[in-house]
Design a binder for this molecule. Sequence first.
Ligand code: PMP
Length: 429
Amino acid sequence: MHPASARAAEGLDARFASVGDDYAKLCAARLNIDMTRGKPSAAQLDLSNAMLNLPGNGDYLQADGGDARNYFGSVQGLLEARVLFARMMGAPPERILIGNNSSLALMHDCIVYALIKGVPGGAAPWSAAKSIMFLCPVPGYDRHFAICEAYGIKMLAVPLTGSGPDMDIVERLALDPSVRGMWCVPKYSNPTGEIYSEETIERIARMPTGAGDFRVFWDNAYGVHHLTGRPMEIANILELCEQAGHSHRPLVFASTSKMTFAGAGLGLLAASEANIAWFVARCSQRSIGPDKLNQLRHVRVLRDHAGIERLMAAHRKLLQPKFEAVDAAFARRLQGKGIARWSKPLGGYFVSVDVHEGCAARVVALAKRAGIEMVPAGQTFPYRTDPRDSNLRIAPSFPPLNDVSAAAEGIAICIEYAVAEHRSSERKG
Ligand code: PMP
């Protein structure tokens, strides 16, 4: 071995030994911290406790005089609730549908209805085609990918660039008539924190597609979930698609799961009139109507868009220190070492970390042994397979701040350890 490489190898082994000590200490601390899913903390849920007493004894009249306790009105949801969320959804109330407790369920149902019945502008149900494919910007939301997998929709991964998916690739793949749709989390994306640029959104709206009934599943789950005092805005996909002559292309989703109560909030859909009519017609067989009392509860507590902003500012106060703690721990241990890059999101619920190729699964295993539960490596990719074994998703919202700091420090140690181990085995190999 060249003397310089021998010295470098010795240096590496010395560092490996010291990070080995740090890892042993970490294990001895017997942590028990769950950093897996982006759940709101109890303190965040407390912000909406007023809802537990709403709409209140005797308060059940809808704006149109209907009785929210009874079957009444359309499956589209209460008008006053659709008015409340119109600005957040970027659509007028008549183009909004408010479902029950889960936006993911609305996405799932759109796909199932498209498969079985087809969509407006489509010649046949999607399932009539030999092969159906979706474009999946990566890393992305595992539950989107799970829906595709469950229904045999082939997923084509498209890399994210920092301002949305690589549009040269998207535009090329979208020309294939088998490609029927695309997942997008356009703002404070799960997990990269990505904010799609105006140019990206315009290209998505304008691009020619091989399938005449192509749908963009625009999951704006984090549209009002800012982590700084400077809220970011993105272009309105509904308007841009309409201008481009593709008004049926976007299905826009949002959720109050991370505003009021997770799993006990409201799922929202905004789309063209034809798409809303299509969804209403489909789900009218499924249900007589949504839980209007929950919609009324949200109207009473949030009141208007300013009320939404006030609530989200209170969430930010609780969340921001946790994201700062993750960044501080990573900067302390990993900065300048060339072994990991991590996102500094301006909103949303996640920090995305890209570690040295081939090390992500090992980091998760080391963290687990040290009592830090992370989402399995690969989960942020179609078929749960990250071809580079590099991406990790960190969810700092749920544990208390002290635990978040300890977990971030611990994960950074695991990253250093896994990379040192990997390099050492490469050298030996
Ligand atoms: N979309 C994204 C991008 C998410 O991260 C989540 C998880 N909160 C959801 C949808 C699920 O939302 P819901 O609870 O409304 O089903």
